[in-house]
Design a protein around this ligand. Structure first.
Ligand SMILES: *[C@@H]1O[C@H](CO)[C@@H](O)[C@H](O)[C@H]1NC(C)=O
Ligand SMILES: *[C@@H]1O[C@H](CO)[C@@H](O)[C@H](O)[C@H]1NC(C)=O
Length: 147
């Protein structure tokens, strides 16, 4: 019992650590007026929660365009196709969250796998369809998403 509570507390704190870090970062869309390295910590690209969701994945799913841009521009580039335990990469979370700006930023890297499937076989386009965002669906199709 004690061990279970202890384990739950650790899991909770891992999630909170990533979310707390996200909350510390600026929300204004990134401009060229600052250098990502002055805002990001060297450990930010590797930060992930107990579900293997990285800071980039959280930022992508929550529409934090500024953080997504900074991470993508940083010299210690995050792994853009890194999947979490559900098999979802940052683009999958962005597509499922109606966020056009973040989807565009990820696609603009030219490195995202637009047809990557998660553990339930769903692609970013499937997630965009499920939230009904025609803008995101269009962007994904233009970038080679099939179905
Ligand atoms: C997933 O996260 C666990 C810790 O929660 C870590 O030990 C494991 O290496 C991670 N897996 C991947 C593929 O990053
Ligand atoms: C889709 O996302 C865009 C950008 O985030 C938003 O402006 C639009 O209202 C959303 N909904 C639809 C149906 O396209």
């Amino acid at each position: 019992m004690f061990l279970l509570l202890f384990a739950l507390a650790i899991v909770r704190s891992q999630q909170q650590r990533v979310r707390a870090r996200l909350a510390q970062l600026p929300t204004q869309p990134a401009t060229c007026t600052y250098n990502p390295e002055q805002v990001l910590h060297p450990t930010d690209v590797d930060l992930e929660d107990d579900k293997n969701r990285t800071l980039l994945s959280h930022a992508a799913g929550e529409g934090h365009e500024a953080v997504v841009q900074m991470l993508l521009l940083s010299t210690s580039k995050p792994e853009v196709n890194k999947k979490d335990k559900a098999g979802r990469a940052p683009l999958s979370h962005a597509a499922g969250a109606w966020d056009k700006a973040v989807v565009l930023a990820l696609l603009a890297t030219g490195q995202v796998d637009v047809n990557a499937q998660d553990k339930s076989g769903r692609t970013p386009l499937d997630h965009a369809v499920s939230v009904g965002n025609t803008t995101t669906m269009h962007l994904l199709r233009e970038s080679g998403a099939q179905r």
